[in-house]
Design a protein around this ligand. Structure first.
Ligand code: NI
Length: 261
């Protein structure tokens, strides 16, 4: 069994077809998925998807691209919204200096508010970090010093420094279809060297479809391709990667119920 710990089921490529997407996922061994928020104002959409599908959970938060659209959501607001029984994470939030869609100071403030919400709720923070490794690492160190929180570096494509900082601070690292790309040898070397008890897999669907589906709209079933490449990088079987990443996901997203016996 696999868990797709990060997808965007509300996107038009998927939302009209969730029953079929779920069925294809089940056939690939992907029994659960977490649909990740990019805007607090779309909360009711994520909540509705999770309430209508017993294999879907959701998060609440503001993506760095949208930080300037909703800069004033408080940690208390996020915590209140996260009290829904199927809301299992805060985010995604973080810094993105590749696109710079929000002013950097606004994105940093919103990121810290999400960290505060993660601390208050005990839920894991889903971190988006792109071309901002130094600042993400500095904020994580600073905030961890103020009080522990749980988090993961989602769709990890950053430097070895940021991966190692995350591991040192107790974070998890999640790999997407990027791990399968031909030109991702350096990323596979980082994956090889990270502790297996901190690794997760995700699709980030509908984005970043793995090889051999690259270029198509991604779907949760294809997290199996990323898991297969991660197994190769770690030198273990696909079954072992499935069971380890699933138990890691259940340990991190611990508001999700455990597996039936
Ligand atoms: Ni995402």
């Amino acid at each position: 069994m696999l868990i797709d710990t990060h997808c965007h089921l509300d996107f038009p490529e998927i939302v009209a077809d969730i029953p079929a997407v779920s069925e294809r996922a089940r056939q690939a061994g992907v029994e659960r998925m977490i649909t990740i928020s990019t805007r607090v104002k779309k909360y009711d959409i994520y909540r509705g998807i999770a309430e209508a599908n017993d294999n879907v959970w959701f998060s609440v938060g503001t993506h760095p691209h949208q930080a300037h659209e909703e800069p004033d959501t408080s940690a208390a607001d996020l915590a209140a919204l996260a009290s829904h029984p199927r809301c299992v994470a805060i985010g995604e939030a973080g810094l993105d200096y590749h696109y710079d869609k929000s002013p950097r100071d606004v994105a940093a403030r919103v990121f810290r508010t999400h960290i505060d919400a993660a601390r208050r709720t005990g839920l894991p923070l889903v971190i988006h970090a792109r071309d901002a490794d130094e600042d993400v690492a500095a904020i994580l160190r600073d905030e961890m010093g103020k009080g522990r929180f749980k988090a993961l570096l989602h769709c990890f494509t950053a430097s070895r420094m940021l991966a190692e900082t995350g591991i040192e601070l107790g974070l998890y690292v999640s790999f997407s279809g990027v791990l399968t790309f031909k030109n991702s040898a350096g990323l596979r070397e980082i994956a090889r060297d990270l502790p297996l008890d901190r690794l997760l897999v995700e699709t980030d669907a509908p984005f970043l479809a793995p090889t051999p589906h690259r270029g198509k709209p991604n779907q949760p079933a294809w997290v199996a391709e990323t898991a297969r490449v991660l197994a190769d990088a770690k030198g273990v079987s696909a079954d072992e990667i499935a069971s380890r990443t699933t138990s890691n996901a259940l340990a991190l997203f611990d508001k999700m119920p455990g597996l039936p016996a």
